[in-house]
Design a protein around this ligand. Structure first.
Ligand code: SF4
Ligand code: MG
Length: 274
């Protein structure tokens, strides 16, 4: 059911965020509540599911149903919920450490399964909550107290992985562009299947260099496509700071093709009796 005239504050809880002043996640929260107001579904029709990390505090700051899960498991929780309750709008939230390291395998298979939900990863290329370790998306030469001289490791490329694994909607935004983030989140939720949005969200405490992102992000010069081959070609020229929707696929969502999801347990138990 759609409710007219919903406002972002209708989706905001009375819990005060504990993020550091200037953290990009404040802007992501604003974009999410604006997008939800625009989508027009009441808070009780929406579930916000997260893992562990600074960004994963988001469920507490919204007025929707929420679940602050365990490390790397936001997608498995969210997929189970969406399959059991297809009537809900389900958003899964994560950070780059939580989502691409511990949750990396879940990411691959969530893209492949194509359950109809939206996955938003606040990527700051660092483990913020545990005080600044390099994450899977950290640049190889990022020099810090915990990685002197840099890790020398090639970063994980979330958009490449999402596209290659079968995500049905792939986009990147910058947290400081609230209008762009809001629009892309609305599009991601409305698109059937598994939608992935990477939001570059600076960690001002452990990566103060990321304050420069506002001067470095730029709209992609190539329009979005529904052709995975064209999307792959565009990704190959990606400098990591391109923003906008990259790919909007046509695969049918998982739940639409599954019959008899709720089977009887007793016959199954009997089949496994020894
Ligand atoms: Fe944000 Fe970084 Fe502070 Fe965490 S440590 S709240 S990511 S600025
Ligand atoms: Mg992080």
């Amino acid at each position: 059911m759609n409710v007219p005239n919903l406002k972002p504050k209708d989706f905001t809880s009375d819990v005060t965020p504990v993020w550091c002043p200037g953290c990009g996640d404040f802007h992501v929260l604003m974009s999410i509540t604006r997008a939800l107001a625009e989508l027009g579904r009441p808070p009780e029709d929406i579930a916000v599911i997260s893992g562990i990390g600074c960004s994963s505090r988001i469920p507490a700051y919204t007025n929707c149903y929420g679940f602050h899960g365990v490390h790397g498991r936001s997608l498995s929780l969210a997929a189970g919920l969406k399959i059991a309750r297809p009537d809900l709008t389900v958003l899964a939230m994560s950070g780059d450490g939580d989502g691409f390291s511990i949750g990396g395998n879940h990411f691959l298979h969530a893209c492949r399964r194509n359950v109809d939900m939206t996955y938003i990863v606040m990527d700051n290329r660092v483990y913020g909550m545990t005080k600044g370790q390099p994450s899977p998306t950290t640049e190889p030469d990022w020099d810090s107290a915990l990685s002197p001289g840099g890790t020398g490791l090639s970063p994980f490329h979330p958009l490449v992985i999402a596209l290659a694994s079968g995500a049905n909607f792939v986009a990147r935004e910058f947290s400081g562009n609230i209008k762009g983030c809001t629009k892309t989140i609305v599009e991601a939720v409305n698109h059937p299947g598994f939608s992935f949005v990477e939001i570059l969200s600076p960690c001002v405490t452990f990566r103060p260099d990321e304050k420069e992102w506002k001067n470095q992000v730029h709209g992609a010069s190539v329009p979005e496509t529904d052709d995975p081959a064209r999307a792959a070609r565009r990704i190959m020229t990606d400098d990591g700071m391109n923003t906008g929707i990259l790919y909007r696929g046509q695969r049918k969502p998982y739940f639409a093709s599954v019959k008899n999801t709720f089977g009887e347990i007793a016959p199954l138990e009997r089949a496994f009796e020894v």
